[in-house]
Ligand binder design. Structure first.
Ligand code: SAM
Length: 219
């Protein structure tokens, strides 16, 4: 068994800081959240490696750098309310919960949502709400959000999510085809929306009304 705390420090130094993440709050969140507890026991020694890992149901926990850069792009304040689409393992939600007032997280696969909730509660994170369903439709009852993060690849920027942003709110989302995407950020401004493009990436599909349809997955 490896020393997880040391592995985490090395991960933050070599994968996060060395690649240009500068926000000290994001760095300290990445230093504090025990990523190994969000993967199954047989994969815990790989939890601080520089790649995504399987979490069951054909899904993954994202690469640590991708979690850090997407979180940095949200530019969060501690009073913010954030919507995450794609709870997965719960790891990204845990990182967000260290940086804002409340996290709303939606997952379409019930077994993953239940396990993530259990992990987050066991770790003592208590500023989160969960929902099982199609997050491509957002969470209109709780809108507007200061930040929305989509942790699955989408064929487009869903307008319904932009509609659920507060003024100056930011949506961070991988957009592209099913094999490669570009990380995009939409900032909702008084006089329109600003769209910026960042790094290339590869995520599992966002499946739902405003993402890919289930049948698209098998062509
Ligand atoms: N954020 C996760 C973490 O920290 O482990 C990683 C998410 S994984 C890359 C993408 C997740 O998005 C999967 O768990 C998948 O089931 C979920 N997903 C895909 N389409 C979705 C949708 N329309 N609504 C909610 N969740 C969705």
């Amino acid at each position: 068994m490896i020393d997880y705390e040391s592995a985490r420090k090395i991960m933050v130094q070599n994968q996060i800081i060395a690649r240009g993440v500068r926000d000290k709050h994001v760095i300290s969140a990445m230093e504090s959240v025990p990523r190994h507890l969000f993967v199954e026991e047989s994969l815990q020694d790989e939890a601080y490696d520089d790649n995504p890992l399987p979490i069951g149901e054909g899904q993954t926990i994202s690469q640590p750098f991708m979690v850090a850069i997407m979180t940095e792009l949200l530019d969060l304040k501690d009073t913010d309310r954030v919507l995450e689409i794609g709870t997965g393992s719960g790891y990204q939600a845990a990182v967000l919960s260290r940086l804002c007032a409340w996290v709303y997280s939606v997952e379409r696969v019930p077994a993953l949502a239940e396990r993530a909730k259990k992990t987050l509660v066991t770790c003592g994170y208590d500023n989160l709400s969960f929902k099982i369903g199609d997050g491509s439709q957002g969470w209109p009852e709780e809108a507007p959000f200061d930040g929305i993060i989509v942790t699955a690849g989408s064929p487009r920027i869903p307008g319904v999510l932009v509609d659920q942003l507060a003024e100056d709110g930011k949506l961070v989302i991988p957009v592209g085809n099913r094999f490669s995407q570009t990380l995009k950020r939409v900032t909702k401004e008084r006089n329109g929306n600003k769209v910026q493009s960042f790094t290339g990436c590869r995520f599992v599909d966002l499946i739902g009304e405003h993402g890919w349809s289930d049948s698209d997955r098998y062509w």
